[in-house]
Write a protein that binds this ligand. Structure first.
Ligand code: C2O
Length: 500
């Protein structure tokens, strides 16, 4: 059944590439998006972007290409915290790229990207001069104070964890909880953010500061487009490594609500899976375009993921009751345990959430589960351990970073990120937007959910002691430069541990 869907989906996109028609699909040559890192201030693409942004700012508000009006499209329609996050922003920055071509007169303009993993400094051409002399200038508190993008936010280890994501929802955030139709309101209902979104995406928004740290205003800062081009590049890289986009009709057939000036109407997610069909590629694409990799089926991991994605909202895990097993037709099992949480995590008191497993974690995973993955790199036999933390009431200070550890020793503000239990860190872009009811009010009051992959942290534990434990403990430690009391507190409601 799913085979057929995946096949049809792939067929549909091949058709899009060959018989491309409609304003979404590119007719001419494929433009190459380059890293801003190597560009001089007068690079033709940067010069074109300066001309076009100046022109957009000068257009009357009646023109959909007017700078503020175009930024309002983002405020009104952008999905965050669900599986439409990547395709929606792909279409949005594509619309921007096309507007720049039109208004700058440079018909082969390609949007530069800011690869913050390699290039931690803020791109100088966007900070030079002032509002009057440089259309790309924008006031940015974080940049003015000296931008510091840390390894735990944008470093190579973060990117390699992101690249290990076994399916599209693990890579690009999960479907809205309970989604059962293609109705437009699902566009902004919440699923769970995964690391690409909650760590580098959200973290860079908060770090840059100013309008970039506010969802509704962020697209008023020209750097927005280079930040999202890099997020989009990572998606394209993940595909190029052989990872398939979601085969689900609820993803592929979803048509975005609202519009993208110049792209036509009825933009379907399934039409956004291939950059070259849309007229661009990235300068570091080194493989043939794996435009729309078809999901291989029949292997144990794919089957487990498929079952989990489908049944996740209905898995009735009893809080505190230990692991429950769900047997699949293939003979494999998924195991889930849950805990309710009624405490706050604060700087002074990190929160430890413990889920009893009933038997040692090492037994559950089988010996060498991770080592095998590491050595062979064969996705099909990898095991994954996820902690899904639900309905987190976000911190008042949006620059807070929450450090996540698992099965580690007691934490303090001095615990280092080199501790073997360190799993990841989270930022909270978009909390103010949710508090104002902009998104996801169905899902709780301004509460976000995250799905954290504990696999690499468990795999790195030097001593199997942690794997011999019959409980899994996830620790949350908020950190924040703001020393006022309570501003970095977070309050999560529930945690589920999922073993695939
Ligand atoms: Cu919709 Cu990075 O923002």
């Amino acid at each position: 059944m799913l085979d057929r869907r995946a096949f049809l989906a792939a067929g549909g996109s091949a058709l899009a590439m060959l018989g491309a028609s409609g304003p979404l699909f590119a007719q001419g040559a494929v433009a190459t998006r380059r890293s801003v890192r190597g560009m001089t201030a007068n690079d033709p693409d940067l010069a074109a972007m300066r001309r076009a942004v100046a022109a957009m700012k000068a257009l009357p508000p009646s023109d959909p290409r007017n700078w503020i009006r175009f930024a309002e499209v983002h405020r009104s329609f952008c999905p965050h915290g669900n599986w439409y996050f990547l395709p929606w922003h792909r279409a949005y920055i594509l619309a921007f790229e096309r507007i720049v071509r039109e208004l700058s007169g440079k018909a082969d303009f390609a949007l530069p990207y800011w690869n913050w993993t390699l290039d931690r400094a803020f791109p100088a051409v966007f900070a030079a001069g002032d509002r009057n002399s440089n259309p790309l200038f924008h006031p940015r508190s974080g940049v003015e104070e000296g931008l510091r993008l840390s390894d735990d936010m944008v470093g190579p280890q973060v990117i390699s964890r992101v690249m290990m994501s076994p399916d599209f929802e693990a890579f690009g955030s999960t479907r809205p909880r309970g989604q059962d139709s293609l109705a437009p309101q699902w566009q902004r209902r919440l699923g769970a953010k995964t690391e690409l979104e909650f760590n580098p995406h959200d973290g860079v928004h908060q770090s840059v500061g100013g309008n970039m740290s506010v969802v509704g205003l962020s697209a008023r800062d020209p750097i927005f487009f280079l930040h999202h081009a890099n997020v989009d590049r990572l998606w394209s890289t993940w595909n190029a490594r052989g990872n398939a986009n979601s085969p689900e009709p609820l993803w592929r057939n979803f048509a975005f609500n609202g519009g993208f000036p110049g792209l036509g109407s009825n933009i379907r997610v399934g039409d956004l899976t291939s950059p070259p069909a849309l007229g661009y590629r990235y300068d570091d694409d080194d493989s043939p375009f794996a435009a729309d990799v078809v999901l291989r089926s029949g292997d144990p991991l794919t089957e487990k993921l498929r079952a989990y994605r489908q049944f996740e909202p209905r898995l009735p895990s009893r809080p505190g009751g230990g692991l429950q097993r769900y047997a699949l037709a293939t003979g494999d099992t998924i195991e889930v345990a849950a805990a309710e949480i009624d405490q706050i995590a604060s700087r002074e008191r990190p929160l430890a959430i413990t889920v009893p497993l009933g038997r040692p974690l090492g037994d559950i995973l089988g010996s060498n589960a991770f080592a095998r993955a590491g050595n062979l790199g064969d996705r099909r036999y990898r095991r994954y351990v996820w902690a899904v933390i639900r309905d987190i009431e976000p911190p008042l200070d949006a620059t807070t970073r929450v450090r996540v550890f698992c099965n580690g020793a007691a934490l303090s503000q001095r615990t280092r990120l080199s501790d073997p239990g360190y799993a990841t860190s989270m930022s909270f872009f978009g909390s103010e937007h949710m508090r104002q009811g902009g998104m996801g009010h169905e899902a709780g009051h301004g509460a976000a959910s995250v799905s954290i992959d504990l696999t690499s942290s468990l795999a790195q534990m030097a001593h199997p002691r942690q794997l011999r434990s019959d409980r899994l403990t996830v620790q949350l430690l908020p950190q924040c430069a703001n020393s006022e009391a309570n501003v970095s507190n977070i309050r999560p409601r529930r945690m589920e541990v999922v073993i695939l």
